[in-house]
Design a protein around this ligand. Structure first.
Ligand SMILES: [Zn+2]
Ligand SMILES: [Zn+2]
Length: 395
């Protein structure tokens, strides 16, 4: 039996527990920055396994340290643990028990997968070379995110490589994917408050209408992507929320818009930001309205190391067969795993979790989101195989 096969056998034994853990977490989700009970539960499970545990890292983060019996390189693996402000619409017995909060992105499964890996590594620690550090990271879903604070508290100090996965329902169960270079988008978020002068809907000449000024601003902001950004460099400007007025015969004095800007390339990101600020400062003034802008810098683009992405294509093909391994297109979602791979060699990977046969047909952040749970086993196999291949090739 090869080492990969031996690990897979052990992970298969652990799989029923991963399902149990994932379903427990699915029933008990907590929002970003509020993962108090989740992290205490994770730390408890890790201690039962005999792991060395650090708690309260960068907020509600937990780190498990497994020291190998022999010297060698140190590898970190990362899971995120937070849920979303979404009402669970599933009716299964593991549906969320917390009103308005749901694991609709699969972070419950990432956490359960990492607990399985912790148990595996504990059982084979004497044969490992170097340290394995398992990061249970809070607050991936909301900027500024949990990664940056954990990094500030030293979680990747003396780490030679880091790997992470996202279970991904747009990919069918059985397939895995990544790409080298820019993989997931840089993101910035904004809130714009327009102020005009309210008035009677029949007497517009006495008012300053923020619905008209706001609508013009939405249109003007769309020209950033269509007229300013290089068409060969992807970017998105989305105004996802537009709130003004409450009555059909009253001119709205206030209009509040919220949205996001996404890009892959740093030059495009800076250009889009600059044009965005110029347009917000100028366009509403044409209509007599004033604008107040709150701009929040989000995650940088997630850029995979070429060599580590190459390792993924070799390792994954060896584990699952060539036909299971795909090269992903870049994805406009953002991920704070980006901060780790800015500082350490590493790779972020997608593990297919979609399957119509078990109802896993909904996109991430959907109220009926679910996964093919077997993807957890694949994720555990993939992450540990990446880590052990890195260690073997570093020797
Ligand atoms: Zn998400
Ligand atoms: Zn996610």
């Amino acid at each position: 039996m090869t080492e990969n096969e031996a690990r897979t056998e052990r992970l298969k034994e652990l799989y029923p527990r991963m399902v149990e853990w994932r379903r427990y977490l699915h029933r008990h989700p907590e929002l970003s920055f509020q993962e108090e009970r989740t992290s205490a539960w994770i730390a408890g499970k890790l201690r039962e396994m005999g792991c060395e545990v650090r708690e309260g890292v960068g907020g509600h983060g937990v780190v498990a340290v497994i020291r190998g019996g022999q010297p060698g390189p140190n590898v970190a693996l990362r899971a995120d643990i937070d849920a979303l402000a979404i009402q669970d619409e599933k009716t299964c017995d593991y549906a969320s028990t917390v009103p308005g909060v749901m694991h609709a992105c699969g972070h419950d499964a990432h956490t359960a997968t990492m607990l399985g890996i912790a148990s595996l590594y504990r059982s084979i620690a004497p044969s490992l070379k170097g340290e394995r550090r398992l990061l249970f990271q809070p607050a991936e879903e909301i900027c500024p995110g949990g990664a940056i604070r954990m990094i500030e508290e030293g979680v990747i100090d003396r780490i030679d490589a880091i790997y992470g996965v996202h279970l991904w329902t747009p990919l069918q169960y059985g397939t895995v994917a990544t790409r080298s270079g820019p993989f997931m988008a840089a993101t910035d978020e904004f809130t714009i408050r327009l102020t005009g002068k309210g008035g009677h809907g029949g007497l517009p000449h006495n008012a300053i209408d923020t619905v008209v000024a706001g609508a013009a601003l939405v249109q003007a902001l769309q020209t950033i992507v269509s007229r300013n950004v290089d068409p060969l460099s992807p970017a998105v400007v989305t105004i996802g929320s537009f709130q003004a007025g409450a009555s059909g015969n009253v001119i709205a004095e206030q209009c509040v818009m919220k949205g996001t800007i996404r890009s892959f390339d740093e030059r495009t990101r800076q250009l889009a930001r600059k044009r965005f600020k110029e347009i917000v400062a100028a366009a509403p003034a044409v209509y007599g309205a004033s604008a107040e802008l709150e701009f929040r810098e989000g995650y940088p683009a997630l850029v995979n190391d070429d060599g580590e992405a190459g390792r993924f294509f070799r390792v994954a093909a060896g584990l699952f067969g060539e036909e299971a391994v795909k090269e992903s297109d870049p994805v406009m979602a953002a991920e704070d795993f980006a901060y780790y791979v800015q500082r350490t060699k590493g790779c972020f990977m997608f593990v297919g979790a979609g399957n119509p046969e078990c109802g896993a047909i909904y996109p991430h952040h959907h109220p009926r989101f679910d996964i093919d749970e077997r993807a957890m086993l694949r994720a555990a196999e993939l992450m540990t195989a990446m880590a052990e291949n890195f260690v073997a090739e570093s020797a």
